[in-house]
Design a protein around this ligand. Structure first.
Ligand code: UDP
Length: 244
């Protein structure tokens, strides 16, 4: 694929240098042209996971676009001397694409999350966007992934949102994306938020780049996962000062 955006390498992953608006404009063009695309929205945890697992790193390298989901990536790029314009989150991208799909007669396949969360996502999507075409759906606790992939193929969606958490969602997309030309995007915990089961941080926390702090207060069990952040920053500084 001809490169659409310049990229900035942060500890092994090439992040697109694009604003949320520029990225959305690109994805809608891709969709209108029936392109097959693999979108990764990566945070520091994903960067570390890719450093630890070469198979995951290879899988991410096949993505068409890797966006900076998380202030840690923006900070990392700045420290390394090649700033990125802003966060491009999976959640905001997904919401904007749902709205766009509803207006432009495009369909969506919703894959992932717990069955009750998925049901809420479908209900809310239809309530908020009555014209939205839902090509199909499947919760994220399936046994036979090939069957799920066939379901997606038969549904011919324009967009596939995979909310399976990382690295599962990226492995799934990379393995099955050739079955049907769609925009395939891993969206992590976005269905939990869209359904209203998990609250996103209030605007103040987001504006002050403290969304991670809000999540920590709400879900203290995430503490271990959040240790990834200081570890990641340490690696960024090591790269900056020792280039390793
Ligand atoms: N999930 C799933 N199948 C699995 C494991 C997880 O559908 O086998 C879902 C889970 O229900 C949740 C999402 O994947 O909706 C992962 O959420 P998390 O907040 O861990 O994602 P992150 O954005 O941090 O990757």
């Amino acid at each position: 694929m001809q490169k659409k955006f310049e990229t900035v390498n942060v500890l092994g992953l090439d992040f697109i240098k694009a604003t949320q608006a520029q990225f959305l404009s690109q994805l809608t063009q891709d969709s209108l042209a029936h392109k097959n695309r693999f979108v990764v929205t990566a945070n520091p945890e994903i960067v570390l996971a890719a450093k630890d697992d070469p198979k995951y790193a290879q899988t991410l390298a096949t993505a068409d676009y890797i966006t900076a989901d998380g202030i840690g990536i923006i900070k990392g790029a700045k420290i390394l001397g090649e700033p990125l314009p802003e966060r491009v989150t999976g959640y905001d991208t997904m919401e904007a694409l749902i709205a766009w799909a509803a207006k432009n007669d495009k369909s969506i396949f919703f894959l992932g999350a717990k069955p009750e969360v998925l049901q809420k996502v479908l209900t809310k999507a239809k309530e908020k966007y009555p014209t939205l075409k839902i090509a199909g759906s499947c919760d994220g606790y399936f046994k036979d992934e090939n069957k799920v992939a066939q379901l997606i193929k038969e549904a011919h969606p324009d967009f596939v949102f995979a909310a399976l958490g990382f690295p599962k969602q990226e492995f799934f997309i990379a393995k099955h994306r050739e079955l049907t030309p769609a925009i395939w995007m891993g969206v992590g915990g976005s269905f939990d938020v869209f359904s209203g089961m998990t609250k996103r941080a209030p605007k103040w926390w987001i504006d002050h780049h403290l969304e991670w702090g809000y999540r920590l207060v709400k879900e203290p069990s995430r503490f271990i996962r959040m240790l990834a952040l200081p570890k990641y920053l340490l690696l960024v500084y090591r790269k900056k000062f020792f280039n390793k």
